[in-house]
Ligand binder design. Structure first.
Ligand SMILES: C[S@@+](CC[C@H](N)C(=O)[O-])C[C@H]1O[C@@H](n2cnc3c(N)ncnc32)[C@H](O)[C@@H]1O
Length: 267
């Protein structure tokens, strides 16, 4: 339902082929647009789940969709901002000015559909700063879609958290799908600023260590990343398969298209 950097929708067929046959709890610690979760949910494969992300606005939005979908729909209907740069900038200012949680969620839906590439990026003071996207026909999700997503999120635990905290809670038989911000494959594809923190080599190492620890505990783990020597080395003990991906967001637009992604599992 949300556009999200690194959204996995186009890769789902290859990823779904490789999920474990059976699992207990599902955990997705870099949930973003949540393509994988919604697919598993639609197929009836999820009994309980924790979705988390270090983006507080995103987690608040999902929480509002889950708990107050009617109010959110009403608030979206009350948005008067149109599809032009002036209105977009006014919506962004309002979003950054601490509106009520429901209004903020409604504005986030507007911004997600009207901003450049559906990116979410903040400046050093935490203010959303993605420019206007100039789309001919941006479509805000319909009321039915919001109700559907709300239903899919019922009973799901949503958490604003760093990945490691959630991963360390996993027990034998649980399934964790990881889609971290990628190791850039070239100097130019340097899109890592989903939140003000960034995700560099140190974070990739911390993730690999947490992955190994959870693997030892009998958790099923699956991780997407780019096909770089650094990532190959970090996960050399595990099963690595290549998948060709059309990633939908690239920092400068030039490198758009197919790049090599890998899927790493411990099973
Ligand atoms: C590649 S995106 C996930 C895309 C998602 N699979 C989809 O289909 O839309 C990576 C996500 O990781 C989040 N993130 C970045 N650093 C994090 C951290 N240390 N802990 C948890 N989440 C983090 C970002 O906010 C972003 O939403």
């Amino acid at each position: 339902m949300l556009k999200w950097a690194g959204g996995k929708r186009s890769l789902l067929p290859s990823i779904m082929d490789k999920i474990p046959d059976n699992f207990n709890k599902y955990m997705e610690p870099f949930v973003g647009g949540g393509a994988m979760f919604f697919e598993l949910r639609n197929r009836g494969l999820i009994t309980s789940a924790i979705l988390s992300d270090l983006n507080l606005d995103l987690i608040s939005l999902y929480t509002i969709i889950r708990d107050r979908p009617g109010e959110l729909i009403e608030s979206i209907e009350n948005i008067d901002y149109k599809n032009n740069k002036e209105d977009f900038n006014a919506a962004r200012d309002e979003f950054n000015s601490d509106p009520t949680p429901v209004r903020k969620a409604a504005l986030m839906m507007y911004l997600n559909r009207h901003c450049f590439n559906g990116l979410y990026r903040v400046n050093l003071s935490g203010k959303f700063n993605v420019p206007f996207g100039r789309y001919n026909n941006p479509n805000i999700p319909s009321n039915d879609q919001i109700m559907e997503v709300s239903g899919a999120l019922k009973g799901v635990e949503l958490r604003y958290s760093d990945f490691e905290t959630v991963m360390r809670e996993a027990k034998k038989g649980d399934f964790i799908y990881l889609d971290p911000p990628y190791q850039p494959i070239s100097e130019t594809s340097h899109f890592t600023s989903y939140s003000s923190g960034g995700f560099g080599d140190k974070e990739q190492r911390r993730l690999a260590k947490t992955f190994r620890d959870a693997a030892k505990a009998g958790v099923f783990l699956m991780l997407s990343n780019s096909n770089s020597p650094f990532i190959m080395e970090l996960y050399s003990d595990f099963n690595i398969s290549n998948i060709l991906a059309a990633r939908n967001i690239n920092s400068n637009g030039k490198g758009r298209g197919k790049i090599n992604e890998v899927l790493i599992t411990n099973y």
